[in-house]
Design a protein around this ligand. Structure first.
Ligand code: HAM
Length: 419
């Protein structure tokens, strides 16, 4: 036998059993996107590397340490997308989606970050993201948060909602000065990374997980003390909207997020459990990004769900669209069984046919495992036996009448799906 080739560390296939769970959740998410007026956008997996430096920030963990960056055959520096927001803005500007109009967009797909793999943290992971353009107030933030809360509630995921405000760029500027003053006073306690960040992007020092710096960071000034009147009003309005909608939240004065593009509101859902990778979904407002990437100034807000983390916490799976009929057949009748399956599918019935040579016993086992609402067995040239399951009656029927009769029985039990 040839030597096996190992997969890439932190990059996993999603196996059929997991795919079925994911698909059930994804179907529900799609329906919710429609229910909130969002339209899908499919974004490229590779972008020019400079996009992420400019959007996410040169001095961030993602851009400094985690991107999969390579030169293509033309010598252009490209990167696998580490997140979706930058690419969404880039594509939206190019397609003129932001001119004098509002947009509600959603996307989903694989993202890539060269992080240290552990439970809930992978090098290829999936996000489900929503982004809204052209709406400046706190009402849309509350609506997005209500959407996120609904998703978690429906799926039976318990999480705390943390909210904070980073204020306007001017607020951040003032905060930056106060923070630098504090950090410089404790320079000897900072690690090497933080000293470098102190000069280039001091807010990112707050991302440090170094326990030796915890005291210094705990004592750091708060951004809330540097909010302008406008920022304070914006945040108060968000809290009012959330309260009116009955969405529970906690104000987290230290929440700053690891990407540079945020202004005003930022938020995260953290799993209740004491998980190492507790953040299930996160986002915020990023009013400066469209202009930063060369578009006309456009307000923006969004969030992304980490699908692996979400799926790890789902306790209530939406009803997956199951199989209606499983057709067992001896090898000699496979052609007829195929014809029956196609005729049933014409009527909107979901059918799986056993097309491998196998004993009736093993076919029966597979049929029961399939979860089909009705099992039928090709008996001979005369017709099929309807074996039924649950409340469905048994009986035999000719080939000519089989499709009509089976779909009638299924229709009587519950409606057959629209095609
Ligand atoms: P983020 O916080 O970097 O934000 O990622 C969003 C979510 O993706 C995280 O809360 C987490 O659930 C998941 N995630 C991130 N890294 C990993 C990983 N290595 N393995 C597994 N899951 C991971 C963003 O990406 C922003 N683009 C969100 C956003 C959208 N802001 C505005 N619009």
């Amino acid at each position: 036998m040839n030597r096996q080739i190992a997969g890439v560390r932190g990059v996993a296939a999603l196996l059929p059993a997991d795919c079925a769970r994911w698909a059930a959740v994804e179907d529900r998410l799609r329906a919710l996107m429609e229910a909130y007026g969002f339209r899908e956008i499919r974004l490229p997996i590779i972008e020019r590397t400079e996009l992420y430096g400019r959007a996410v920030g040169e001095v961030t963990d993602i851009v400094e340490k985690e991107m999969y960056t390579f030169l293509d055959r033309n010598g252009d520096s490209l990167s696998l997308r580490p997140e979706g927001t930058a690419g969404c803005v880039r594509a939206g500007i190019e397609a003129g989606l932001f001119h004098n109009q509002t947009q509600r967009l959603w996307y989903q797909g694989a993202m890539f970050r060269h992080e240290r793999p552990q439970k809930g943290r992978y090098r290829q992971f999936h996000q489900w993201g929503v982004e809204v353009y052209g709406m400046a107030g706190a009402a849309i933030e509350a609506e997005l948060i209500a959407l996120g809360a609904r998703i978690l509630r429906e799926l039976g995921v318990k999480a705390r909602l943390l909210v904070n405000s980073l204020g306007t760029p001017a607020c951040r500027e003032r905060y930056r000065d106060a923070l630098v003053e504090h950090l410089v006073a404790h320079r000897d306690r900072l690690d090497e990374d933080s000293v470098r960040r102190l000069e280039r992007n001091p807010l990112r020092v707050l991302d440090s997980k170094n326990p030796a710096m915890k005291d210094v960071l705990d004592a750091a000034p708060m951004i809330a003390d540097h909010w302008s009147a406008e920022s304070r009003e914006h945040f108060a309005s968000l809290k009012d909207h959330l309260s009116a909608l009955g969405v529970a939240f906690e104000v987290a004065p230290r929440l700053v997020r690891g990407l540079d593009y945020y202004t005003h509101t930022v938020f995260e859902w953290a799993a209740d459990e004491t998980l190492a990778q507790a953040t299930i979904a996160a986002g915020g407002r990023y009013d400066g990004l469209v202009a930063e990437l060369g578009g006309a100034a456009t307000t923006a807000v969004g969030f992304a769900i980490g699908m692996e983390r979400l799926m790890g916490l789902v306790t209530r799976l939406p009803q997956a669209a199951g199989l209606d009929v499983y057709v067992m057949t001896p090898a000699a009748l496979q052609g007829r069984a195929l014809g029956l399956a196609e005729a049933l599918r014409d009527r909107g019935v979901r059918v799986e046919t056993h097309l491998a040579a196998a004993s009736p016993k093993s076919q029966g086992k597979r049929a029961r495992e399939s979860g089909a609402r009705c099992i039928v067995e090709a008996v001979d040239e005369e017709g099929v036996a309807i074996l039924g399951t649950g409340a469905i009656e048994s009986g035999t029927v000719s080939w000519a009448q089989a499709a009509a009769r089976i779909s009638e029985i299924l229709g009587a039990e519950a409606k057959i799906h629209d095609q």
